[in-house]
Ligand binder design. Sequence first.
Ligand code: HAM
Length: 441
Amino acid sequence: MFKKMKGTYDILPTEVAKWQKLEKVIRNVSKIYNYKEIRTPIFEKSELFHRGVGEDTDIVSKETYDFIDRGKRANTLRPEGTAGVVRSYIENKLYTSNVPVQKMYYVGNMFRYERPQKGRYRQFSQFGAEAFGSNSPQLDAEIIAYAVSILKALKIKDVNVHINSIGDAESKKNYKEALLTYLAPDIDKLCSDCQVRYTKNPLRILDCKIDAENPILQKAPKPLDYLTETAKIHFVKTCNYLTAMGINYTVDTSLVRGLDYYTHTVFEVKANLDTLGAQNTICGGGRYNNLVKSLEGPDTPGVGFAFGLERLMFALESINFTGDPDYLHLYMMILGEDQKEDGLQLVNRCRLGGLYTDLDFLDKGMKGKWKQAANLKARFVAIFGEEEQKNGTINIKDQETGKEETIKKTQLYNYVVAELMKPSSNCEGCSTESCDECEDV
Ligand code: HAM
């Protein structure tokens, strides 16, 4: 028996409704914030990620799925969405649009060769958003507000927004020098990963999990202390705008994030929920003012985030999130071989009219067919046998009320539609859009 590859998982038909509902919420909130969907390829030229995300980041140096294609080109399965969106923004010259601030979102699979555990996979899904063309801290605040709105719409509580600034290029340079000088005498007292980071990616030392409690790191200089005046103003304004919008956040002076492209604001959303396990960062993002230029585009600022959808799903377990219920409008029972052609015409007519319709393909007996109708949660069951064919009728039963009738077979579609339009017995006869009982009619 073939088994799925390590770090991957199936979403079975019984579970897919939850994912569809999650995506529905994502799309609704994105519309509210006026972010448009973009779909970019799952693989790109390897160099895009090397230059975009950063050669020395864990993601690129240890975790990419790389392959050489038959044309001897180096390809990489996307480990994240930002680099591909930036590539597309540049290649399609979206910066020339008459909408100068381009706001986009995406939902799709990403691939990282990581050690799998709960909430950490090799193929996983992200919902991400990117906004290009403005360096205003209003946009930093908007992107965080957008992420928080997603969680509100999903009714996920117990989340904390952690925010920090690593500043512009000059601030980053000054900070890096200060950090290297500070750590030089003690670097051999830090973990082996940090010793490698010291030469390759010193900022990442700050969020080392192994040395988190080490006083050497706790007393290390922090990026906020090395911000230029402009960077400081940017950060203060971002925080003020968040406060003005009523968004709670914690300034986390050690937050640096694992991708090289960030400048100014960086943030993460962490959830304190038992259903999540150790991987409790459900969203990460920040500003990247040099990325578009470094990938050969115009000098254009950008800011964005990405949620891990599997982690959101685990968070949703804590609030009993369910997908829209599965059901059929009509289950058709065709009782004999000679009735199949006429019966199929009836089924076809109902489907063309939009009724969710199914039937038996295994020539089961009556008992088996009734069982199927119940398992598929059919509201109406139509019975079409020899007698009905002779009389041009069809027998129909409403599984909700138990009402049974014999009607003309040509009326089947209209009959089911008319019955579905009647307020359900559970409904109090309202006409509000949000009424679950009426919604699907
Ligand atoms: P990231 O922090 O690498 O950022 O990933 C964002 C989120 O994806 C994480 O917070 C986590 O929820 C989820 N995630 C990451 N790796 C895995 C994995 N192996 N399994 C399951 N979930 C995972 C980015 O990817 C940036 N592109 C975000 C961004 C967009 N920054 C600006 N724009």
